[in-house]
Design a protein around this ligand. Structure first.
Ligand code: CUA
Length: 351
């Protein structure tokens, strides 16, 4: 084998290996937390079916076109070397009608799934136990309200699995977008408007969501979680949210004092007199799996970092840190490390 030929073969092998590797990576992504490839509800399933149909259709079209092209190149190559013109088909009415109809038919075929998905999205199934949730986007966190139960929380939308959840969404500042890929779809959250979406989680589990509309500096860090529980667990959670118990002893009691002085103007905690509405409602914070608008798991360490320096986790956040002001210039809270420790003990004990 000549050197040049060998190099070409090598190049082809490397290109093939890269293609296989990228295909493998795409498949591996199918198990990632935010994915359309692993639907967990009826809407996610519709989107998944539409996507798979499109992918299969496009592959089929590509194969047909590639073979046609190959056939034409081989069969009709110019053997006269430019001395004869091939037959001219310009203005051939049958051909023009033919490929116009073929195009329209193709478009209609590719529209079947999206139109069906649209109907599924627009028409939630009747469910006497349906749960209503109102979700409001803020830079960069989500306010969550359950009008039926009179409870408010933030950044984690607890729902019962197997039940229709009717979501209304809006925003206070700029346009955000509420998207949970595994449950399907996303919906813009717009100031001054209320838009609707519905979810139904087939199984209990945690479904990662994210703001899907560019909304500012920490748009990409504006996460949330949909936590689907069994109906019994959900009912117990509703009860716990309706009757929050604040047991603050020792360090936590000191933390509660600090909270009332430094934090209560912005945050509400059910069971205390803290009733601020600028920042997220922190009722039963100890029950949540994440903090800081889904940016970290809910651990004392991450909560400590969040209280000390929220900008380090979420640049542009409107919460001031212990030493640094908030992004809008709101002055630092000036809490000492000892006070931060007490605050963490207090907040983590809220459950
Ligand atoms: Cu909110 Cu992007």
């Amino acid at each position: 084998m000549s050197g040049a030929r060998f190099r070409r073969l090598l190049l082809a092998l490397v290109a093939g290996a890269l293609g296989l590797a990228s295909g493998g990576a795409a498949l591996a992504l199918g198990t990632a937390p935010q994915t359309l490839m692993n639907p967990a509800g009826p809407q996610g399933l519709e989107l998944y079916k539409a996507m798979i149909f499109d992918i299969k259709g496009i592959i089929l079209l590509w194969v047909i076109l590639a073979f046609l092209l190959l056939y034409v190149v081989v069969r009709f190559s110019d053997r006269s070397h430019g001395k004869e013109l091939p037959p001219q088909v310009e203005g051939n009415r049958n051909l023009e009608i033919g490929w116009s109809l073929a195009l329209i038919a193709g478009l209609v075929i590719f529209l079947v799934h999206p139109v069906k998905a649209e109907f599924v999205f627009e028409n939630p199934p009747e469910d006497p136990n349906a749960v209503e949730v109102k979700v409001t986007g803020h830079q960069f966190w989500w306010e969550v309200e359950y009008p039926q139960y009179g409870i408010k929380t933030a950044n984690e939308i607890v729902i019962p699995a197997g039940t229709v959840v009717l979501v209304k969404t809006t925003a206070t500042d700029v346009i955000h977008s509420l998207g949970v890929p595994r449950l399907g779809g996303k919906n813009d959250s717009m100031p001054g408007r209320v838009t609707k979406i519905w979810w139904k989680a087939d199984q209990p589990g945690v479904y990662q969501g994210q703001c899907m509309q560019l909304c500012g500096q920490s748009h990409a860090r504006m996460y949330f979680r949909v936590v689907a529980k069994t109906r019994d667990e959900f009912d117990a959670w509703v009860k716990a949210m309706q009757n929050p118990v604040v047991k603050a002893e020792g360090a936590a009691a000191k933390g509660q004092d600090v909270f009332m002085q430094k934090c209560a103007a912005c945050h509400t905690i059910g069971g205390t007199s803290a009733a601020g509405t600028v920042g997220p409602n922190l009722t039963n914070l100890g029950l949540r799996t994440s903090i800081g608008g889904g940016i970290r798991e809910n651990t004392p360490e991450s909560l400590t970092q969040w209280i000390r320096d929220p900008q380090s986790l979420k640049p542009g956040a409107l919460m001031p840190g212990a030493e640094k002001p908030a992004a809008n210039g709101y002055p630092a809270t000036a809490v000492t490390q000892e006070e931060v420790d007490a605050l963490v003990a207090f907040l983590e004990g809220l459950k």
